[in-house]
Design a protein around this ligand. Structure first.
Ligand code: DC
Length: 219
């Protein structure tokens, strides 16, 4: 297979990461979770008690951050932070940190580096619009709010955090709102992206749908 770049974008809880991870394995390509990178910077901000308005300090944390992504874990400055970056505290702040233009530039450069030598599947918010506008395949996943919230609630439960559905619905709405209204690289469907509504799909169906589009094996 020639080198390919697959971009998967969409709001929180549409199943992007799970789909992308399985798909990457099936295709034998590298999977990059760009949201994990924004979460790492947010985690550092919280851990170091940095004010979210202290943009200079946040930029310097982002510049110095050594993020290593693999299928199994996210390693930040030598420490496994796979679970720490998924807590509600990080989730609640990540959209604010992601708005910072310079932070985005630092992380987008890193994201593009991954694709220099590898075929990649990358999921996020601006992958098909900004990071890889020439991606070979672009998908935009959508899903109704309640279904997304139920999926997120299970993710938090897996981490040992029991959170009410109402609270999660509020968190998702707020995050979608900030992510889609920000000035820098807002969440938006690329003109040439294929929209996939995952509301009534199980993960296997989502993976299968994208796999067939990519390998051109639709029946
Ligand atoms: O996919 P996720 O929920 O882990 O992403 C966390 C946040 O990171 C998301 O709310 C906005 C930000 N993000 C972004 O701004 N651009 C990306 N390409 C990926 C994520």
């Amino acid at each position: 297979m020639n080198k390919i770049i697959v971009a998967i974008d969409g709001p929180a809880g549409t199943g992007k990461s799970t789909t992308a991870k399985i798909l990457a394995k099936k295709l034998g390509v590298l999977y990059i979770d760009s949201g994990a990178m924004y979460r790492c910077i947010t985690f550092l901000v919280l851990k170091n008690n940095v004010d979210v308005n202290d943009v200079e300090k946040i930029i310097s944390l982002a510049k110095d951050a050594k993020i290593e992504l693999s299928d199994e874990k996210v390693v930040l400055n030598g420490v496994d932070v796979s679970k720490d970056i998924r807590t509600l505290e990080v989730t609640n702040k990540v959209s604010t940190i992601s708005k910072i233009k310079e932070v985005r530039k630092i992380l987008v450069d890193k994201q593009r580096e991954y694709a220099n030598e590898n075929s990649v599947i990358m999921d996020g918010r601006d992958i098909g619009t900004v990071v890889f506008p020439n991606a070979d395949f672009k998908f935009f996943l959508i899903c109704d709010l309640k279904t997304r919230a139920i999926r997120r609630q299970q993710d938090f439960l897996d981490l040992g955090q029991k959170i009410s559905l109402e609270k999660i619905i509020m968190e998702i709405k707020k995050r979608d709102d900030i992510d889609s209204k920000r000035a820098e690289s807002p969440l938006r469907k690329a003109k040439d992206a294929i929209e996939v509504d995952t509301t009534n799909m199980i993960i296997e169906e989502q993976v299968d749908f994208l796999f067939k589009k990519i390998t051109n094996t639709e029946t």
